[in-house]
Design a protein around this ligand. Structure first.
Ligand SMILES: NC(=O)c1ccc[n+]([C@@H]2O[C@H](COP(=O)([O-])OP(=O)(O)OC[C@H]3O[C@@H](n4cnc5c(N)ncnc54)[C@H](O)[C@@H]3O)[C@@H](O)[C@H]2O)c1
Ligand SMILES: CC(C)CCC[C@@H](C)[C@H]1CC[C@H]2[C@@H]3[C@H](O)C=C4C[C@@H](O)CC[C@]4(C)[C@H]3CC[C@]12C
Length: 432
């Protein structure tokens, strides 16, 4: 440290000034939104002022050491422009001080990536398709860690079962093979609660954990593909990669993710606006559906990716549900936590719409989808599968991620709720 102070005193002075200016600016803005994104408050950060001037110098010196000396890791995020992927990308930039290059691989690149290219980390946007092995291999070559979040999330019948399989299963095979061929040792896979359930028998999974016995039987192409892909990732743990070292893999299983950018929340909001500020309850309030805030899911990815090397023996080959402090509620009641404060209300219609009627509508929708397929794509939210998922209790209660790699939610429920409400309010045509 003395050496650093001696030779780079002027630089530290400048950094100290910049740090002071940044904090002043942060204080002035409060917990505001920067470029469409909420500013995060560090849970553990202590204000420089409380450390005194010497503490500040030491802190800045340490920060510099972290950012200049240790930045050497290359990360690849597949699906990095999707709902979850974007949060993972931004979280990595905020929370992984050892990052030197971040490769963002997606079929469709977002324009927001441009604004990230000015920071200390090299952000490389790669437009590519996970079903193309050579494109994946080129993107993976030289990366230390791969977070594989790309996937075709389709439970509405928009894509064919074949396409879902190609993207979710073959795409994952390509990622694994690319790691093996190029010598990348750490792979985190974004799996889903759907690899477990709800199963086709509608059995409830009530506050279960990773070891809870459950008959996981799927028929729908999406959960089938996620289950297959997860299995491939876990089986690949320990495989020898180029260079002779073992591959370390794990899978994270989010329940229903919500937060800024959630398309289905957007759809419900707009539907509510079209219906004069009302949504009609379809699912009994007693059916609990697991939900988790996107920022916490992203944080879990960043944390487990960081710990894969240090705790390879413990974490390698493991699955973890993604969880936080979000309350257990029905799918619709949970959505109302955000849509309610934005002017929508949930109208109770249990007597008007009994389950058999909903099922009839869902089957009709499926039939219409099939009949219209040659002419147009009809893919409403309600179909027999989505009705079954929404109508079956599936909630998790676990601390496995905390025990294995020290995960604690970064965002409290209050924070997650506030951020999501702020995002809904910012949507065009707010009901407020
Ligand atoms: N949204 C949820 O509630 C939820 C819950 C559990 C798990 N997951 C999983 O999380 C991951 C991300 O889901 P999301 O909700 O952000 O979905 P999303 O559709 O917003 O993001 C997926 C991203 O993958 C990209 N992608 C799709 N096909 C690709 C291909 N062939 N090559 C390259 N990129 C491709 C898409 O362009 C998109 O940006 C998925 O693997 C999904 O299965 C999502
Ligand atoms: C009966 C209707 C009025 C309500 C329809 C809601 C329905 C569209 C919702 C309910 C539950 C939702 C799924 C759930 O949150 C978890 C996942 C796992 C994830 O991997 C992909 C998304 C998915 C399947 C959600 C899709 C939308 C569902 C079915």
């Amino acid at each position: 440290m003395a050496r650093v102070l001696g030779t780079e005193g002027w630089r530290l002075g400048w950094c100290l000034f910049l740090e002071w200016a940044r904090r002043e600016e942060e204080q002035a803005e409060g917990d505001g939104v920067v470029a469409g994104w909420p500013r995060r408050r560090e849970k553990t950060a202590r204000p420089v002022a409380s450390l005194g001037i010497l503490g500040a110098w030491l802190q800045v010196g340490r920060g510099m050491a972290e950012s200049t000396e240790v930045r050497k890791l290359v990360y690849l995020v597949t699906g990095g422009c999707g709902f979850l992927g974007e949060h993972v990308v931004r979280m990595l930039l905020q929370r992984e001080p050892r990052l030197s290059e971040l490769r963002v691989f997606d079929l469709h690149l977002g324009p927001w990536l441009e604004e990230l290219k000015t920071g200390p980390v090299q952000v490389t946007a790669i437009q590519g398709d996970v079903t193309q092995a050579h494109e994946v291999a080129a993107a993976v070559a030289g990366a230390h860690v791969v977070i594989h979040a790309a996937g075709l999330v389709d439970v509405f019948g928009r894509a064919s079962p074949k396409t879902i399989h190609e993207v979710n299963v073959q795409g994952t095979k390509n990622v694994i093979e690319a790691c093996v061929q190029t010598g990348t040792r750490f792979l985190v896979y974004t799996s889903s609660m759907e690899v477990v359930g709800p199963n086709i028998k509608g059995h409830p999974f009530y506050r279960g954990n990773e070891d809870t016995p459950y008959e996981a039987v799927h028929k729908h192409p999406y959960p089938c593909s996620k289950a297959q892909a997860e299995r491939l990732v876990l089986e690949a743990n320990g495989r020898e990669v180029r260079g002779g070292l073992p591959l370390v893999t794990c899978a994270l299983r989010p329940t229903g993710i919500y937060g800024e950018g959630h398309q289905i929340m957007r759809d419900f909001y707009h539907q509510g606006l079209r219906l004069g500020g009302r949504l009609f309850r379809a699912i009994p309030a007693s059916v609990e559906h697991g939900r988790v805030y996107v920022g916490n899911v992203a944080w879990m990815h960043v944390l487990v990716a960081r710990e894969l090397e240090r705790r390879a023996a413990l974490v390698g080959g493991q699955v973890y549900f993604c969880y936080d402090e979000s309350p257990y509620k029905s799918y619709e009641d949970f959505n109302m936590e955000f849509l309610g404060p934005c002017g929508l209300r949930l109208v109770e219609t249990r007597l008007l719409a009994p389950y058999w009627l909903l099922m009839l509508l869902a089957v009709l929708n499926a039939l219409l989808q099939w009949l219209l397929r040659p002419l147009l794509l009809y893919a409403p939210l309600l179909n027999p599968y989505t009705l079954a998922v929404a109508n079956t209790t599936f909630t998790v209660s676990t601390d496995k991620a905390q025990r294995h790699f020290g995960y604690e939610p970064l965002f409290s429920w209050e924070d997650s709720r506030t951020r999501t409400i702020r995002w809904v309010r910012a949507m065009e045509g707010s009901a407020q």
